[in-house]
Design a protein around this ligand. Structure first.
Ligand SMILES: *Cc1c(COP(=O)(O)O)cnc(C)c1O
Length: 396
């Protein structure tokens, strides 16, 4: 049996005609830059995410770059983020003219740990106050601890930019000022939320695409300006932005797919439950392998919310590399997210003290985490085969 890590074939076959029709409309309209398809998708995503405005951009990376450029950093400014994420999180900080500063991640979620973040902010406040933004990542489809991070952002009076590239539609039980739980979608809590429509994300297009969400209408205007070379009006440049525009062909594809997103989230969650049931029937111990935790599942009404959208289903095992090789031999797709922490990336060698830092929780995760197939159309038989193979590996 073959179990790919991700198979886009079933959903592509399902939409094929509808997508071709939408694309043909764009072709015939000769509106190839922004235009009504992009405006329509922006409206739909803003509504879906519960924000005032959404700005279509060319990729998740460009969503981050444009949002950070709009904060207008001065030389020496820093952005506090996690060392355990995709490279774009850090690359965009540096490209926007700031320096990344890291705090370690939480053991359970592998998201930015608010306690560690506070230590870094305290030290910064005792010095020159260089940290000008906090950028948490909602890793693998589960939100970072936003109640705590938003408190820090408020206390230190700096904006939060959410890297929500893996978390469109993920919901978080935010504790409001009255102590009540209010469910919020990823990207609706910070000053801006940055999304990616890379094909392997839960909502993917047929190329590159991204979106920025915000509840601040003035900031939305600024972002629209940065998306288009900082021009306002055309040919008058008060700012230096870039070409960060979303392609209408991609917007057309995404508008076809968006109505099915909730169903896919549901199927991914069911697959996660299925894995948990199958694991429980084996004799595998937590010393051998652990499954990802949905940490907000005990919040009020959590069963009615997407506390985790399982963009990735990441297990952890001390025998990671051997298990990976074994599964690959069995034609089971799996992948390491991420083998090298950001503070250990070679590109930072020339930038100073990064290579002497250590973040033990993140570094441990880079050695023992492994993503298993979790895509919506995965069959029960395939899941049984995955778990049987893992059990066989640990018996051998
Ligand atoms: C996918 C991803 C990005 C970048 O998105 P692209 O659309 O590929 O540019 C940024 N951050 C995280 C955490 C991601 O997973």
């Amino acid at each position: 049996m073959k179990v790919p890590l991700l198979d886009l074939q079933p959903q592509t076959a399902f939409f094929r005609e509808q997508i071709i029709q939408e694309i043909t409309e764009v072709v015939d309209s000769t509106r190839y830059i922004l235009g009504p398809k992009v405006a329509k998708l922006e409206q739909e995503i803003a509504e879906y995410s519960g924000v005032a405005a959404a700005i279509g951009v060319s990729s998740g990376t460009d969503a981050l770059v444009a949002s950070l450029m709009a904060l207008e950093f001065q030389p020496g400014d820093q952005v506090l983020t996690t060392p355990y994420t995709f490279f774009a999180t850090m690359g965009s900080i540096i490209r926007a003219g700031a320096r990344p500063v890291f705090a370690d991640v939480d053991k359970q979620t592998l998201n930015l740990d608010p306690v560690k973040a506070e230590e870094v902010l305290l030290a910064d406040a005792a010095g020159k106050r260089k940290i000008k933004a906090i950028m948490p990542v909602h890793l693998f489809g589960q939100c970072a601890d936003m109640s705590a991070l938003m408190r820090l952002a408020q206390q230190y009076d700096i904006p939060l930019i959410e890297d929500a590239a893996q978390a469109i539609g993920a919901e978080y039980p935010l504790i409001d000022s009255g102590g009540e739980v209010v469910w919020k979608k990823a990207g609706s809590m910070g000053l801006a939320g940055c999304f990616s429509f890379f094909p392997s994300k839960n909502l993917g297009c047929m190329g590159d695409g991204g979106m920025i969400t915000t509840c601040d209408v003035a900031f939305a205007e600024t972002l629209r300006c940065y998306r288009n070379h900082g021009a306002k009006p055309k040919y008058y440049h008060a700012k230096i932005g870039g070409n960060f525009r979303l392609d209408p062909l991609q917007a057309a594809v995404l508008s076809v797919k968006l109505p099915y997103l909730e169903k896919w989230h549901q199927q991914r969650r069911e697959n996660s439950e299925q894995y948990r049931r199958l694991f429980a029937q084996t004799d595998l111990s937590p010393e051998q392998i652990t499954l990802p935790q949905a940490v907000y599942q005990d919040a009020p009404d959590a069963d009615q919310h997407n506390v985790h959208i399982y963009n990735q289903f990441v297990v952890r095992t001390p025998r990671r590399d051997a298990l990976r090789e074994y599964l690959q031999e069995k034609s089971i797709g799996c992948e390491v997210y991420y083998p090298v922490c950001l503070h250990q990336q070679q590109c930072l060698d020339s930038l100073g003290p990064y290579n002497t830092q250590s973040f033990p929780v993140a570094e441990q995760a880079s050695k023992d985490s492994l993503a298993l197939p979790i895509y919506p159309e995965l069959s029960k038989k395939q899941q049984e085969y995955v778990i049987e193979s893992i059990a066989a590996f640990f018996r051998s």
